[in-house]
Design a protein. Sequence first.
Length: 224
Amino acid sequence: MRFFQGVSGLVHYRVWPVDSPRAVAVLLHGLGQCSADYHRFARALNRCGVAVFGIDQIGHGLSEGQWHEMAPIEDLAANASALTALAAAAHPRLPLVLIGHSLGAGTAVVAMATDIGAATRTARVALLGTPEQLPVQGYSPPAVPTLVLHGADDRRAPIAPIRAWADTAPNCRLIEIADAGHDLLHEPVHRHVTHEIVEFLDPEGDPVSGPPASRPGRGRIAVR
């Protein structure tokens, strides 16, 4: 088992490795979940040549902390930054994507809005919804290529404020997925969502230059 010293205790994380990876992904789970909930998604990324690091946030999974209390998002972001740095150090020459779902999406925004080291400043960010715990107007999208995938029928985090939030950054691309709710990686659309993330990462492209020309960074796309 893998642990590192986090803000308030030991933090457990998983690694789904691949031989000769072309890219690396860091996965931040949602509230009440843990890295073990994402084996299928991680293995799907593995089949595309992407090594995956997944965190158990404070009080979740095998990490220390109070399971019934949500830790401050700044602490979650600090732990996410630490894992991102570990992943970047393990694969210093590879494109990197930070993937957050629900609470993990908000955590990714806060983590990328702070200085988490030169090795991770070029990371791309894929956000699967944004949690109701994070006031959308209070944060700006990270200053890196950002993909937001959001279920059009999400009742936990309604899509309207997400549309306004995504429109504030020229490097942010929103994909609205019809007939999908909050937990996109565990709904029938999970294969399509995985495909969009892999295409966004573009393992054979240049993560510093921004989204490929054929997939503009700004604007919304509705998927049915």
